[in-house]
Structure formats: C-alpha cells, structure tokens
Design a protein. Sequence first.
Length: 251
Amino acid sequence: MKVICVENEAAVGKEAARLISAMIRLKPDCNLGLATGTTPMTTYNELVRMYKEEGLDFSKVSTFNLDEYIGLDADHPQSYAYFMDEHLLSKVNIKKENTHIPNGKTLRVDRTCSAYDKKIEDRGGLDLQLLGIGRNGHIGFNEPGDKFVAETHQINLTDDTIEANSRFFECEEDVPRTAITTGMRSIMHAGRIVLIATGESKADAVHAMLYGEIIPQVPASLLQLHPEITVIVDRAALAGSSLADSLFSAE
Ligand code: F6R
C-alpha cells in the first residue's frame, strides 16, 4: 500500500486525477470504476479541467459506478446517476453508452446485480477503481457485516451511512434505506485502486483500514491485500495514525 499525504482536499483531488489521467493516457480504452460522494468532487473537477485545458480524451473510456440507491430514478437529483452526470460525465467527451451505473429502479434486483458483474467481467475487469471510504469503513456500499460479499448485491444501509448521507437530502427520512453495490470481487480484481479520504471524520476509518485486522466489520481493511493500491489523504484524515506521527513530527 502506498500512502500519499497532501495538504488539503484540493490537493487530494489533483493527485487522484493525476493517477486517473495517467491510466487514460496509457490505455485510452480503459475501464474506470468510479465513486460518488463529497470526496471525489475535487478529483472530478480536476479531470474536467484536464479535458478542457489539456485535451484529456475520454472518447474510448468506459466507466462503472460502484453503487446506486434503490428506488431513485436516474434523473432524481440525489441519485448517483445524476451526481455523475453533474460532476463528470456530461462535462467530458465520454460516450453515454460507455457509462454504467446500477439501475436503482430495477424490478429484478438479483438479475440487475448479476448482469452488472457480468458486464464488468466481459469488458476484462476494471483497470482502475477510485474509492472513497465511509466513516464506518465501508467501500462502495459494502457495509460492515459478518462476511465480505464478492458479488454485486442489494444492501441495507447502516444507520451511520443514512445519517452521514442525509446531508444530501431534505431530511434523514428521505434517504433510501437500501442500495445496490458492487461487491469486493470487482473492486479487488481492479488492476489499480486509488482510495481518497479527507477530513478528521475519516481518521478512524483510515487508521483501521491501514493498520487494523482484515475483518468484514471494516470492509476497507481487505484492501491491505491489494498489490497496487494508492491511498491519498489530507492531513486531517491521517490524524492519530502512527504514520502521521512519523510524517509530521519533524516539523
Ligand atoms: C459512493 C461510495 C461511498 C463513499 C463514502 C464516502 O459511491 O462509494 O463508499 O465513497 O460513503 O462518501 P463521502 O465522500 O461523501 O464522504
């Protein structure tokens, strides 16, 4: 695991976008696994800037998002499909047919989940997976539980996730209670993983991911076993870890 600690959110976004753009330049038809939420916004802003100012070409890129709320239409402002359009997909020259997000309005969740895994596998898997991390250590919507789940599946969101994500909704009651999330297999099979985290609310989860036991109660801990993972954090998200002590003690 490589850990890069930078000054602030904007620098996290620049560093993550640098790694993603390198993948796009090396492999123009790459498959990117993407995340939503507050953390990747600076990354997507920087990718859009690179598209506009540096000609970063998305015309052959395919994207697969990690998750979607069950029950929200793609044009619902809080759906992850809407988020992705708003922050990246409608702002670069990616082909609509190359962008994929689990269908939150499906009537056949099981079939939708297995078809999503098959689509990723048929395309040769993900070349790079971008991840955020939940305060409870979730990745995608793989919530803490008794076992790691390999396949894309339906998940009941934990109270902590519902509370954390209520900031995007008018009130907590409006947050969907269930979602579709890709499982650990497509994440762990990605050629490269870039995990980003900012702010002190993530410090405990980042610490448990980096140093904790590999247990399903901290889904992100499984990432310790991935051979090509770069964790990009700001100082606040690293606070309290022994790595932070050694990095910052010289100042
Ligand atoms: C969303 C996702 C989640 C988020 C995590 C952190 O697609 O994969 O795991 O990355 O909940 O969210 P933010 O960045 O909003 O703190």
